[in-house]
Design a protein around this ligand. Structure first.
Ligand SMILES: O=C(O)CCC(=O)C(=O)O
Ligand SMILES: [Fe+2]
Length: 298
């Protein structure tokens, strides 16, 4: 484990014993993930199943996608906030994003690319679906590591069954100024886990010590955030970190993220194992042992 980008860096290799459950390597990784989430609320992930070439192909496609006319991008509508097209909002004028619900399912990605291009751009469709599938797989692995380390593995299967997901692609227009400009306002993700890729710098994290610092991009690697739902499941042991995007200079910035989300309408009950004399139920005040998250997304 290193700290190259300002946050811990954890490496998973499918070609070693790392991901063999119960192996010594697996246990070491579980502990590293838990500690990174406790101390920073996030970590940098090196995952050998996602080659740099796949990131490059996806980024190339994203650039062409955001170059489409606004009327085309606006065809991606949704009743849910963040799932459709967001563009040039008053408070974040540099920011644009498009959401794709359940992108690990090829049919859902086809629906999206058919809205954007007359021929549905099959190569881009495949690239996006392939990335979403690989990221969903690693998200499941990280969630399992955390549930095991917290001693609540018995809840893992039902937790996965009660999850939904969103793949969001984002563009931040270059401000063409030397001053720092807000690209995306400070926020804490409300979902379970976020797996993010940024092509150039811009992401900043608010540390537990109360300071903003830059999370520099490392080619081919992801940044994994714990969201508020996971913080709830751990009864506050896991930290969900505030973050934002700051822009400067003349380069557009692209990012994409996979969000695992509690199924709409579900409530997250804090496992009884998380509550003892040293860990009071943090969410007791309004809602005995139940934390409602279903309505909140990202
Ligand atoms: O674009 C980024 O790097 C961050 C995006 C983000 O934090 C979000 O969509 O929740
Ligand atoms: Fe976020």
């Amino acid at each position: 484990m290193g700290v190259e980008s300002g946050i811990p860096c954890i490496s998973f290799s499918k070609n070693s014993k790392d991901l063999v459950e119960g192996s010594e390597e697996w246990k070491v990784l579980c502990k590293q993930v838990r500690e990174a989430f406790e101390d920073y609320g996030c970590f940098q992930l090196v995952y050998d199943q996602v080659p740099v070439k796949l990131h490059e192909e996806l980024l190339q496609g994203l650039k062409e996608l955001f170059d489409l006319p606004d009327e085309t991008k606006e065809k991606n509508v949704s009743t849910k906030f963040c799932y459709g097209y967001i563009g040039k909002e008053k408070d974040v004028p540099l920011y644009e994003s498009l959401g794709i619900h359940n992108a690990p399912n090829l049919d859902e990605v086809e629906l999206f690319t058919n809205l954007m291009w007359p021929d549905g751009k099959p190569t881009f469709c495949q690239t996006l679906n392939s990335m979403a599938k690989k990221v969903q797989e690693v998200e499941g692995i990280i969630r399992k590591m955390i549930f095991q380390n917290l001693g609540i593995e018995e809840y893992y299967d039902s937790n996965i069954l009660n999850s939904d997901n969103l793949f969001r692609i984002m563009k931040y227009k270059a401000p063409c100024s030397d001053d720092l400009v807000v690209g995306l306002q400070p926020h804490i993700d409300k979902n379970i886990l976020t797996i993010l890729y940024q092509d150039i710098h811009g992401l900043e994290l608010f540390s537990k010590e109360g300071q903003w610092f830059q999370v520099s991009p490392q080619p081919g690697t992801f940044i994994v955030f714990a969201g508020e739902a996971l913080m709830g499941w751990s009864n506050g042991k896991i930290h969900a970190a505030m973050h934002k995007v700051m822009m400067q200079g003349d380069k557009d910035r692209y990012s994409y993220a996979f969000f695992s989300i509690p199924l709409e309408g579900t409530t997250v009950e804090i496992p009884k194992e998380q509550i003892d004399e040293n860990h009071a139920n943090l969410y007791l005040h309004n809602n005995p042992s139940i934390l409602h998250i279903g309505a909140a997304v990202v």
